[in-house]
Design a protein around this ligand. Structure first.
Ligand SMILES: C[S@@+](CC[C@H](N)C(=O)[O-])C[C@H]1O[C@@H](n2cnc3c(N)ncnc32)[C@H](O)[C@@H]1O
Length: 283
């Protein structure tokens, strides 16, 4: 990258031809489009466009961040999830495509069971992508709650709710798991709480995302165990609980569910790649 510094005679074509072994050509082009504030189409259609020293500097700074494993979504400031656009910041996890399975399951249940004015809660809401996607895609009446213990994440979730025209529909609450949740009888609980163990945290691609959104004790089950212990008194007679998990946690989690919800039915649902991703708990 040193050769790009202060080189104002570059045009788009020359810049894209420069080799950058650690980034794919697509990423390279996306970063250029981002640094110029222009669409990808513009980049492809204007290969001769001259770049100013400021353009090159802005591009160089983005490449540096990307090489330091900043997610592209943080550099852009948003991520698409379930067909919607969610603002993200360094305080929120970047929504993952596999979490869309939680939305499909929740919507299917709502359509099939048609509970009357159900109370739906998203625990560890982060950017708000789960609860907002459900609220945007379900037409029936429902009460929506979302909580997180991070005030900064809740601010982002609230902004996303406003952008999606849902801020009047969702109650956001700062809470460590269920601690500050009023004595509701919940019909649907969705949670993508942290579930990684310390070894999994060494993965470079997640190094810039908040540790507090990912790490959950030595076995990755710290939060789900605590949640299941306190959840029974909050449950309506008929309920659906959807927890996003790691495939290796299946057996241990099944034991914990049995301990606190002995009468519940448990299913483990795989994602599109065939890995178990969701624990679905119902009455
Ligand atoms: C894996 S992220 C999921 C974010 C979002 N729901 C998603 O699916 O993209 C976990 C979220 O849980 C929050 N969190 C972690 N521990 C928590 C706790 N004890 N109580 C409430 N929220 C917690 C984190 O701040 C983070 O926003």
């Amino acid at each position: 990258m040193a050769s790009l510094q202060g080189n104002s005679s570059l045009n788009i074509k020359n810049l894209l031809n420069k080799t950058q072994i650690d980034l794919s050509p697509d990423e390279f082009t996306s970063l250029l489009s981002l640094s110029l504030g222009r669409s990808l189409e513009y980049i492809y259609k204007n290969p001769e466009k001259k770049l100013s020293a400021n353009n090159v500097r802005a591009f160089r700074s983005l490449v540096k961040k990307r090489l330091a494993k900043w997610p592209l979504a943080y550099l852009r400031g948003y991520k698409e999830f379930y067909g919607l656009k969610f603002l993200v910041s360094k305080h929120t996890l970047v929504p993952r495509p596999e979490s869309e399975l939680l939305i499909e399951q929740a919507i299917n249940y709502l359509k099939k069971s048609q509970p009357e004015n159900p109370i739906i809660i998203d625990l560890g809401t982060g950017s708000g992508c789960l609860i907002l996607s459900i609220a945007k895609n379900y037409n029936g009446s429902a009460q929506y709650w979302a909580s997180d213990f991070s005030s900064s994440a809740l601010k982002v979730a609230h902004t996303n709710a406003r952008h999606l025209g849902l801020n009047k529909k969702i109650k956001f609450i700062k809470s460590n798991l269920l601690k500050n949740i009023p004595p509701l009888k919940l019909d649907i609980i969705v949670a993508n709480l942290p579930y990684l163990n310390p070894k999994q945290m060494a993965e470079p691609s997640i190094s810039q995302e908040p540790k507090s959104a990912l790490l959950a004790g030595t076995d990755g089950l710290k939060y789900y165990k605590k949640l299941l212990e306190t959840l029974p008194e909050f449950l309506n007679n008929k309920y659906l609980i959807l927890l996003e998990i790691d495939p290796d946690q299946k057996d241990k989690l099944a034991d914990t569910i049995k301990k606190y919800l002995p009468d519940a039915k448990v299913e483990f649902i795989p994602d599109l790649t065939g890995y178990i991703r969701i624990a679905k708990i119902t009455t």
